[in-house]
Design a protein around this ligand. Structure first.
Ligand code: HSE
Length: 361
């Protein structure tokens, strides 16, 4: 199978190398990148070279940011080619439009690498949702944030120093405000919840970043046997759902509190299966590229089904209630209200979902 690769950053380059190393009968015929490489005849800076090449049946997209990636994804689908993407920002910007266009054109659109890095998270959501009703999702879905908290906790360093190390290791986005401000986790939550609940979740659900976390706050929580993880949390009841992204208070002996470095841990709860947890590397070139390889193999083997999300979902923020830990004390409330208050007062807040912490106790 001949493919084209869009983007040659950390993930794109790793994907190219993995495909060269492995005997999968998947060949990168063209590479779209800004800086032309005179030594590599596959490289072009024109998307038309790829769209017009009839030998290319699938395009692997590893660009960063929403545009031009979103437009390219649509142009590729319209040209009848299949798409594998790692780009959560582009996918979340018009998830509904992209899925509908893929359905209309009869092209395959896979995005395992977009959420949870190398963890088989998207495929497991799709599989469980076929037979069971998924009623809750939660997870550490940003490696950079987890790396920062872990470093602060274990090495006693401050936020800025930990962020610089995460950037040097290639975990952080080009603009790390997407990581620490929560937008990256928001994108992954939007994709995951829409798939799990079989309908498109609204775009303006509450998000609070973790920029204001300090070592002192972690020490105070430690005295209570707790710590913080940066997470998405979602609950669903029938057609109603709530979802939010924020720093979350977790017990020190919970699985989440023991997720280290850039690792992710995402959980889903089904009515029948109960809670399932998926743990692994959520960022980094080779792990993320490996998830793209698995999608490419699905395209090669034609093992794909279109995603048709049919349910009309209703947002109901009363489904997530708990305790907000503010610098001025604790306060009970809905996750959405507590996030609004923290944003308004421009202060740190970590949310404790007591149900989760009781279950883990
Ligand atoms: N910046 C992202 C993270 C990359 O740190 O999780 C993987 O999506």
């Amino acid at each position: 199978m001949k493919i084209a690769l869009l983007g040659y950053g950390t993930v794109g380059r790793s994907l190219d190398e993995l495909l060269k190393r492995r005997d999968l009968n998947i060949e990168v015929k063209r590479i779209l990148r800004r800086n032309k490489d005179p030594k590599d005849s596959r490289v072009t800076d024109s998307i038309d070279d790829i769209l017009q090449d009839e030998e290319i049946v699938c395009v692997a997209e590893a660009l960063s940011g929403r545009e031009p990636a979103d437009s390219y994804l649509k142009m590729i689908m319209e040209s009848g080619k299949h798409v594998v993407s790692a780009n959560k920002a582009a996918i979340a910007s018009d998830f509904e439009g992209l899925l509908k266009l893929a359905g209309k054109m009869g092209t395959t659109f896979l995005f395992e690498a977009s959420s949870g890095g190398t963890i088989p998270w998207i495929e497991n959501i799709k599989e469980i949702r076929e037979t069971d009703e998924i009623v809750s999702l939660k997870g550490i879905l940003n490696g950079t944030c987890n790396f920062i908290i872990d470093k602060m906790e274990r090495e006693g360093i401050e936020f800025e120093d930990a962020l610089r190390t995460a950037q040097s290791l290639g975990y952080a986005e080009a603009d790390p405000t997407a990581d620490i401000g929560g937008h990256d986790t928001y994108n992954k939550a939007l994709i995951s919840c829409s798939l799990a609940y079989n309908g498109f979740v609204k775009k303006d659900f509450p998000v609070l970043g973790m920029e204001k976390l300090t070592r002192d706050m972690l020490k105070e929580l430690e005295a209570e046997g707790k710590t913080v993880r940066f997470m998405m949390l979602s609950e669903r009841s029938g057609d109603r759902y709530a979802v939010g992204v924020a720093p979350m208070v977790v017990r020190k002996d919970s699985i989440e509190a023991n997720v280290r470095q850039n690792f992710n841990c995402a959980s889903l709860t089904g009515v029948t299966v109960g809670e399932l947890k998926f743990y692994g590397q959520g960022s980094g070139g080779y792990p993320t590229a490996d998830a793209m390889v698995r999608d490419l193999v699905r395209v090669r083997d034609k093992k794909t089904e279109p995603d048709i999300l049919e349910k009309k979902l209703v947002y109901d923020d009363s489904l997530i209630e708990g305790v907000g830990y503010f610098p001025f004390g604790k306060k009970r409330g809905l996750l959405s209200e507590l996030i609004v208050e923290a944003r308004k007062k421009d202060v740190f807040m970590a949310f404790e979902h007591e149900e989760d912490n009781e279950v883990n106790a």
